[in-house]
Structure formats: structure tokens, C-alpha cells
Ligand binder design. Structure first.
Ligand SMILES: Nc1nc2c(ncn2[C@@H]2O[C@H](COP(=O)(O)OP(=O)(O)O)[C@@H](O)[C@H]2O)c(=O)[nH]1
Ligand SMILES: [Mg+2]
Length: 404
């Protein structure tokens, strides 16, 4: 880095006192020669320097242009490029963690290994097709079957990370349910730590569902406040109740909120009829309890939106239920977060299954069955953004002693 005075090339005006650094090709992010100019921030200086550069023949970069150039110049693969995009877009700690892991290359290494395993199987078949009269005799079926089953299991394991990837992005759906005035909206506000929902002591204020994404660790929580489950509601409120019931049906966890154990039991029965969510029972407004009433509340979790009592216990209970169902991020290995990568893996999986059927049943001649292997490799090539047609031949001649 060199300190430099920045001058307008046309007027010669002194614009800034900055730093300049050159990355000679190929030692830059894009692989091209890059010059970076570091100026003072604010409004006037960057605007003046930018317009001077444009007058000197530069143009502003397009969205994603540097990363695209890096891919086209072979500096990074597509999977890494996607990880960079996900890192920038990450809204939650879970997404951040997944993007960093993908960026570190664990995912693309797994894809590359899968690809070379399928190429090894193709090489076995190619040998059989090209040199049927060789002394080795027909190639071992078990050898091919074993390799295909191994690759299928690895693809299945990668695809099985999809629920965790979606959970990391959207959060566990946690719905607050309970009678009107139980303190649901106040509880949501207290959990968010800022007033995001209208709170009122007039029953039936919350008619629409209100959602917030809490960036909790290890998984985010998508917390939904719904209209209370009242029997005698007016039309508008009934619409709100229908919305609640839809949310309750799809919830991962329902937090049943009420001021007495009897009401909790009543709401819990209704919630159980709507879906198979895990239920957390919570007694609200425990700051209003007196020594005389405290005894009747039993052992359920209790919270107060006013004092904050029980909020972290409630959050920990929710996260423990999610972790028991989906596991912790560290147990998962790299998550396949990209829909494009999932689609390519699904194509690879389906082609491989077609190959296995054709090959095991012996219904198709080997060269025809092998076209499914080629399609599998093609899908994996697309996944990584690599295309290498000579890889198979190279493998044939390195693994087998054909030389006569
Ligand atoms: N003392 C006390 N009052 C609360 C608490 N939570 C809610 N309230 C009050 O109870 C009433 C209804 O609360 P709200 O959150 O709107 O209930 P919702 O209908 O279940 O959403 C309001 O007057 C709140 O101020 C609490 O923890 N302690
Ligand atoms: Mg409410």
C-alpha cells in the first residue's frame, strides 16, 4: 500500500489524500490485475473521486461482477461463489455459520469426492465395454454395486441437511396461543425486546398474525402472535382466529399462554386437535401473583412481560425442543443451503438410482446403463461448475494395466 495524492485527471484538482494498492494478476480476488484506491469516506470525497475515475474511463461494477469474474477466471468454484453470496445475505447466526462452513470448502470437497467416485465406477464399466476379451473377465458386479450404494448414501446424507438449512434461514415456527388478554402480545414484545405488536386491554386487538424472527442460538425462532382462541368472536375476529388455526396446524412448537392451569388445559386440548406441534405451557403475568395464589399454579413455566421473569427459561425450553428434533448445527456437517445445489444433487441421485436398477437387473446393455452414470457426473459437474471430459479415460489408464 502506498500513500498517494488523488487528483482529478482533467482539472488537476487535488481531491483526497489516500492509499493505493496493486494486486498483479493472478494474485487478486478476480484473477485479473486489480488496483484499489482507499479514500476518505463521507459524502463529498467518494463522489468526487468516483466521478473523476469515470471521466478517466472507468465504470461502476455490476452487482456480483467481481465474484462472477472470479468464477470465470477459475479463481473460485460456483459453490464458493454461492457461499460468498449467502454470507453477505445471512440474516441469522445459523445462516452465517453455514455460509462460513461452505466457504471453507468442506462442501465443494464432498461434491468433488462424489464426482470422482462416480467417475471411478464409469471407468470400471468403460474398461468392460472397451476390452471385453481382457483376462480380468467381466468386472465384479459387487465392486460396482458397492461403490454406487456408497455414493447414493452420501448424496442422501447431503440432501437430508435440507430441513436444517431451511430452519437456519426461516427459524422454528413457534406460535403463541391462548385466550384473549392472556398476555400473548406482551410476551412477544418482551421476547423481542422492543414494542413491535399493539398491546391493548380491550379483548380481541390482535386480529392478524404478527411474525418476528428472533436470531437465537443455535437456531433462529420465528415467533408468531395470533388472535386469541375465543368462542364468541365477531366476524373480523373470526377471520383472525382462522389465521391462528392455520398457523397452529403448521407450528413446530405452540406456546400455550394463560393465567390459570384450567385455561391452559382447555387451550392445550384445542391445540392438540389442530396439529402435532410440541406444546410448551406457560402461565403468564406472574408478577401479579400473591403468596395466596402462587400455590395453585403448580410447576408449569411462568413468565412476566413486566418483570422479564421466565423469559430466558422459555427461550431455552423452545431451543431445547428444536435441538432435540433437528440436532445442533455442529452435528450436521456442512448444510446444503442452495436450492440450485439441492436440485443438482437430486438429479444426480435419480440418475444413479436409474443406473443401479438397469445394472442390477441386467435389463439394459452396459453401454446404455452407463449413460445414467454419465448423466450423474454431468449433474455433479454442473454442481461444481467444472467440466472435464477426459477424466474418465485418464482413470482407465491409471487404474488398469492395459499396456500391451
Ligand atoms: N401485570 C402484568 N400485566 C400484563 C402482563 N402481560 C400482559 N399484561 C396485560 O394484560 C393485558 C392483555 O395483554 P395482551 O398482551 O394484549 O394480551 P393478548 O390478548 O393475549 O395478546 C394488557 O393490559 C397487558 O398490559 C404481565 O406479564 N404482567
Ligand atoms: Mg394480542
Amino acid at each position: 500500500m502506498t500513500r498517494c495524492a488523488v487528483h482529478d485527471p482533467v482539472t488537476g484538482r487535488h481531491l483526497d489524500d489516500g492509499l493505493v494498492v496493486e494486486f498483479p494478476a493472478p494474485a487478486s480476488y478476480t484473477g485479473e490485475t486489480v488496483v484499489e484506491l482507499h479514500c476518505h469516506g463521507g459524502f463529498s470525497v467518494p463522489a468526487a473521486v468516483e466521478s473523476a475515475l469515470i471521466r478517466a474511463g472507468a465504470r461502476p461494477a455490476l452487482a456480483g461482477e467481481f465474484t462472477e469474474r472470479a468464477v470465470l477466471n477459475g479463481k473460485i468454484d460456483l459453490v464458493t461463489a454461492e457461499a460468498i453470496g449467502e454470507l453477505i445475505d445471512a440474516r441469522t447466526r445459523a445462516m452465517h455459520r453455514a455460509a462460513i462452513q461452505s466457504l471453507s470448502g468442506t462442501l465443494v470437497r464432498q461434491y468433488a469426492e462424489l464426482r470422482s467416485e462416480v467417475i471411478a465406477v464409469e471407468a470400471l464399466l468403460a474398461f468392460d465395454i472397451d476390452f471385453p476379451e481382457e483376462d480380468h473377465g467381466p468386472i465384479g458386479r459387487e465392486l460396482v454395486d458397492g461403490a454406487v450404494v456408497r455414493v447414493e448414501a452420501r448424496i442422501a446424507a447431503l440432501l437430508a441437511t435440507a430441513p436444517a438449512a431451511i430452519l437456519g434461514r426461516d427459524g422454528a415456527l413457534v406460535v403463541l396461543a391462548g385466550p384473549t388478554n392472556a398476555g400473548k402480545s406482551s410476551l412477544l414484545n418482551a421476547m423481542v425486546g422492543e414494542a413491535r405488536v399493539i398491546v391493548s386491554d380491550e379483548p380481541g386487538t390482535t386480529r392478524d398474525a404478527v411474525e418476528v424472527l428472533l436470531d437465537t442460538d443455535p437456531w433462529p425462532i420465528r415467533l408468531v402472535d395470533t388472535a386469541g382462541l375465543r368462542g364468541d368472536a365477531g366476524v373480523v375476529e373470526r377471520l383472525g382466529i382462522a389465521v391462528s388455526e392455520r398457523y397452529l396446524g403448521g407450528a413446530d412448537i405452540v406456546v400455550v399462554c394463560a393465567e390459570s392451569p384450567e385455561e391452559i388445559a382447555r387451550i392445550t386440548t384445542r391445540v392438540r386437535a389442530l396439529g402435532d406441534a410440541a406444546i410448551v405451557e406457560v402461565l403468564t403475568k406472574n408478577d401479579l401473583w400473591t403468596p395466596a395464589t402462587a400455590g395453585i399454579h403448580g410447576a408449569a413455566l411462568s413468565v412476566s412481560a413486566v418483570t422479564g421473569h421466565g423469559l430466558s427459561a422459555l427461550r431455552d425450553t423452545i431451543l431445547a425442543i428444536v435441538a432435540a428434533k433437528v440436532g445442533r448445527p455442529d452435528d450436521q456437517g456442512p448444510l446444503v443451503t442452495s436450492a440450485r445445489q439441492r436440485a443438482a444433487l437430486e438429479t444426480a441421485r435419480d440418475e444413479l438410482a436409474d443406473f443401479r436398477l438397469a445394472w442390477r437387473e441386467g435389463v439394459l446393455p452396459t453401454p446404455v446403463a452407463a449413460t445414467h452414470l454419465r448423466a450423474t457426473i454431468h449433474a455433479l459437474d454442473h454442481l461444481i461448475g467444472a467440466v472435464d471430459v477426459d477424466a474418465v479415460l485418464a482413470r482407465v489408464f491409471s487404474t488398469f494395466c492395459v499396456g500391451k
